[in-house]
Design a protein around this ligand. Structure first.
Ligand SMILES: [Ca+2]
Ligand SMILES: [Ca+2]
Ligand SMILES: [Ca+2]
Ligand SMILES: [Ca+2]
Length: 498
């Protein structure tokens, strides 16, 4: 070895030592790694007024700090994220004989954090301390961040549990729900968030469909269960901390959907776009949170009693209004019902020929939504006459031709149609045409005076007492045919009943 070499070695050693010092300072700034579940000791002295530690978090979860400090008198604890944002800024008071106990936690995303234990810069606090960090994973493996607005909302599938997490600097999670058809959307959320979890459902135009919050904790999770009737569309579920507080933690959300299977044609929200109803054709309608009116149109061509039959599953009130073409209300009623206990509304109303509007709605001042079944029935067929059963062994036949029941002698039945071999008594039931069964169209009777009956040649035959009925077999030339060419003249005082 030469002197020169030794000198160089000495110089190198000095350089290495300086380098080490510099490295040491840098290492202190970056901090030594602080392992979980291990007690790490440190000392604050007049010269070492702060110790920095690096905490590496690989998945989202809760970081807890547990410290015992023998420092006289104040120990300052500061936690920073990788951008030097302060997460925790705290201190504790103790002494070497009465050590301070300090515990705290924070919900964090994966990343590198720096914990600084210091004397607080303006005082001289010295002594030793022990710190143990622990970590609990949030288990939000199927949550995909960033999901902090509607644009980056994470799609949420029905019947699939999603584990989410709100942390100190990620305070909102947005989920996108695609609804293909009308029905009831159910949201079931269990929240371990400390302390309040805010839940908002938005439609694609950012309108609030639902808004609520629950109170719970990691030890006593809260439940948020809500349903809303929606039409087809895109919805956003926002789980958040409520903007004005620090509420963080994990939660589990599950959504389900029950289709209404409705066939009302939207839009049908006023007389202009009213949906035409066909008699006897049942419609399944649906009122949603933003679809509070369904308007139907009824064209009455044959005047008579029109029936309205509505079975409502709406929660909790369904309003039914029948309007004529002048917008006058003919029926205005409501029923109380629920999806579990449907209620029937049945009414018939005598209507003249014309156009009518049937409005099914939520009543304007409440939120009443759900499905309903609606059928409108035409005025019953008017019978054209009667048949008098004059012999035994006559039967009423069903539409299939089977004997329905034996008819009584002298029983009278209303007839709706006369066919070549039978009298239709309604609903396809019939009586066979026979010589002994007498078909007639009704009766005449006189309201005040006696009723005059004339012979076929026009001469007077006899009179019946006032209000005594006489069978009529037909009507022609201003005369009621009462059989065998005998007749009664039409008169204001003569009443005809079918
Ligand atoms: Ca999140
Ligand atoms: Ca988020
Ligand atoms: Ca509707
Ligand atoms: Ca509607």
């Amino acid at each position: 070895m030469t002197i020169k070499f030794l000198k160089n070695l000495a110089l190198l050693s000095v350089l290495v030592f300086i380098g080490f010092l510099q490295f040491g300072v840098k290492a202190e700034a970056a901090g030594v790694n602080l392992p979980f579940n291990v007690k790490t000791s440190g000392v604050l002295t007049k010269d070492t007024t702060a110790n920095n530690y690096t905490i590496t978090i690989t998945e989202a979860g809760r970081l807890s700090l547990d410290m015992t400090s023998y420092v006289d008198t104040f120990t300052y604890i500061t936690l920073y994220d990788s951008s030097n944002n302060v997460i925790i800024d705290d201190y504790t008071r103790g002494s070497s004989v009465t050590p301070a106990k300090y515990t705290n936690w924070v919900d964090v995303e994966p990343g590198t954090y720096r914990l600084k234990i210091s004397d607080g810069d303006y005082e001289s606090n010295t002594g030793s301390y022990e710190i143990t960090p622990t970590f609990t994973s949030a288990g939000n493996f199927n949550e995909v961040e960033p999901n902090n607005g509607t644009v980056e909302a994470q799609p949420l599938k029905f019947n699939e549990k999603l584990n989410g997490f709100l942390s100190w600097d990620n305070t909102a999670d947005y989920f996108k729900i695609t609804v293909e058809r009308s029905g009831q959307l159910n949201i079931d959320l269990s929240s371990y968030v400390d302390t309040f979890t805010y839940i908002t459902l938005l439609d694609e135009d950012n309108n609030e469909v639902m808004d609520g919050y629950v109170q719970g904790s990691s030890k006593n999770p809260a439940k948020y269960i809500q349903s809303v009737d929606v039409n087809k569309g895109t919805y956003y579920l926002k789980v958040h901390d409520g903007d004005y507080e620090q509420n963080t933690g994990k939660y589990v959300v599950n959504t389900t959907f029950a289709a209404a299977n409705n066939n009302d044609q939207e839009p049908n929200n006023g007389v202009v776009e009213a949906q035409k109803l066909t008699y006897n054709k049942s419609i399944t309608g649906f009122l949603a949170w933003d679809d509070t009116v369904d308007m139907y149109k009824i064209d009455v061509t044959v005047p008579g009693k029109v029936g309205i039959d509505l079975t409502s599953y709406v929660d909790s009130f369904t309003y039914i209004e029948l309007l004529n073409s002048n917008n006058n209300s003919l029926i205005d009623e409501y029923v109380r019902s629920s999806s579990g206990t449907p209620t029937k509304f049945k009414e018939s109303i005598e209507l003249e020929k014309g156009t009518y509007y049937l409005k099914v709605h939520d009543g304007d001042y409440e939120q009443n939504t759900g499905k309903y079944l609606l059928t409108v029935t035409p005025p019953p067929n008017k019978h054209i006459g009667r048949v008098l059963i004059r012999s035994k062994e006559q039967y009423l036949y069903s539409p299939t031709g089977a004997k329905s029941r034996k008819l009584r002698q002298n029983e009278g039945l209303r007839i709706y149609k006369v066919l070549s071999d039978r009298y239709d008594v309604g609903g396809g039931y019939y009586v066979k045409k026979t010589k002994v069964n007498l078909f007639y169209v009704g009766h005449v009777w006189s309201k005040r005076y006696s009723l005059g009956v004339y012979e076929p040649d026009g001469s007077y035959f006899k009179s019946f007492d006032s209000k005594e009925p006489v069978r009529v077999y037909g009507y022609s030339n201003g005369r009621y045919d009462v059989g065998n060419g005998y007749f009664v003249n039409v008169d204001d005082d003569v009443q005809f009943d079918r």
